[in-house]
Design a protein around this ligand. Structure first.
Ligand SMILES: *Cc1c(COP(=O)(O)O)cnc(C)c1O
Length: 365
């Protein structure tokens, strides 16, 4: 056994041994408001139609390696500009990895505001790149432009990620500031629009203006988290390079068939996301009304909120003990002290959460 351990420590890259594997809490039996999933299933008629399609799938055959039909459907559904390239990933996480692998090199830097999506620093580490996190402003999580521009000047990052809206804070960065960063960046800027269905704003319409802007989206937060489909748009010259590192059949037949089917029923996702946006406002008001709770404005399908100092872990556990799983962010970044994050669920799930939180706080119900 110790010989085995010796071999592992001798040969596994030190930076990999130092990592902790991405941890997902077991949600069995709990109301699941931790992962920004759309809480709504499909109506039975649609499920039946979808299952009919799956029956015809030939699992003994490899999928279309370039997902031709699905790409056509995506271009139509999301009005992707004609001049833009399109690259698909097994979730946008895979696209982040592809971009990073393509640009990796010793001494090269990935830069992003802090706090932001945890996969940016993780994947930078996976591929051996340096990661620089530039703190957002403390009170409203807006970009600190002085600090961003200085960090860009100093580190000359090959790659900048901007989550638009930002996870886990929920705010939408200023478009004019994003553009200023694109102009100042020596390398690529990836605008990650995972939450665009819940926001008013996108850089997609401005892609033609810049040769270093990529816009990334995913079907996960829209309502298809189980499917794993992300897509990347921007100048074909960049995407062709990433495509060389893509494993040939990363988008399997079940994804291709199911995503095509789902996108032909886009109106369903519109209804669901509109409902989630409305319920987000209601949930925000309810949080705001609780003594000691400070919710931050959100343009996504989750709300970040601050709890009384020193009580984040206790309240997170108290809410969980009452049957609702959310996310504790205290300790993950200096700016997220005493912060928890809740996904907007169904109206019933949201009230279960508010009841659990009030009760854990010791407030009268
Ligand atoms: C959830 C999330 C993703 C990952 O989406 P997948 O397509 O499910 O891999 C990417 N970026 C941000 C900011 C996210 O919150």
């Amino acid at each position: 056994m110790s010989e085995l351990n010796d071999k592992v420590s001798r040969w596994v890259r030190p930076e990999v041994r130092a990592l902790n594997a991405y941890h997902v809490v077991d949600a069995a039996g709990l109301v699941k408001l931790d992962a920004m999933e759309n809480p709504y299933a499909w109506p039975q008629v649609l499920r039946d139609e979808w299952l009919d399609l799956l029956r015809q799938v030939e699992l003994n055959r490899y999928p279309d390696p370039s997902s031709t039909v699905l790409k056509k459907q995506l271009r139509e559904s999301f009005a992707i500009p004609d001049g833009s390239g399109l690259l698909l990933g097994n979730g946008s996480d895979e696209l982040i990895q592809l971009i990073a692998m393509t640009l990796a090199g010793s001494g090269r830097t990935v830069l992003a505001p802090e706090p932001s999506f945890s996969m940016y620093p993780m994947i930078a580490t996976f591929v051996g790149m340096k990661y620089v996190g530039v703190p957002l402003r403390r009170n409203d999580f807006a970009l600190d432009m002085g600090a961003m521009l200085a960090a860009i000047e100093q580190h000359q990052p090959v790659l900048i990620f901007l989550s638009y809206p930002n996870n886990p804070t929920g705010n939408l960065l200023e478009e004019a500031q994003v553009v200023e960063i694109i102009k100042a960046a020596p390398g690529l800027v990836v605008v990650d629009e995972a939450y665009t269905a819940f926001a008013e704003g996108s850089l997609m319409g401005r892609m033609a203006e810049f040769d270093n802007l990529l816009v990334m989206r995913t079907l996960s937060k829209l309502g298809l988290a189980g499917l794993r489909l992300g897509f990347l748009m921007g100048p074909p010259a960049w995407l062709q390079e990433f495509d060389k590192l893509r494993l040939p059949y990363n988008i399997n037949v079940l994804i291709q068939v199911s995503a095509r089917f789902a996108l032909t029923h886009g109106e369903l996702f519109e209804v669901q996301t509109r409902q989630i946006r409305q319920d987000r406002e209601m949930l925000w008001q309810q949080l705001e009304a609780l003594e000691g709770i400070h919710p931050f404005p959100s343009h996504a399908n989750f709300i970040l909120f601050r709890v009384p100092a020193g009580r984040a872990l206790e309240l997170f556990e108290g809410i969980k003990a009452r049957g609702v799983l959310i996310r504790n962010l205290h300790g993950s970044s200096p700016l997220l002290e005493d912060c928890l994050r809740v996904t907007v669920g169904t109206p019933d799930e949201n009230s279960a959460f508010i009841t659990a939180l009030s009760d854990a706080l010791g407030l009268p119900l």
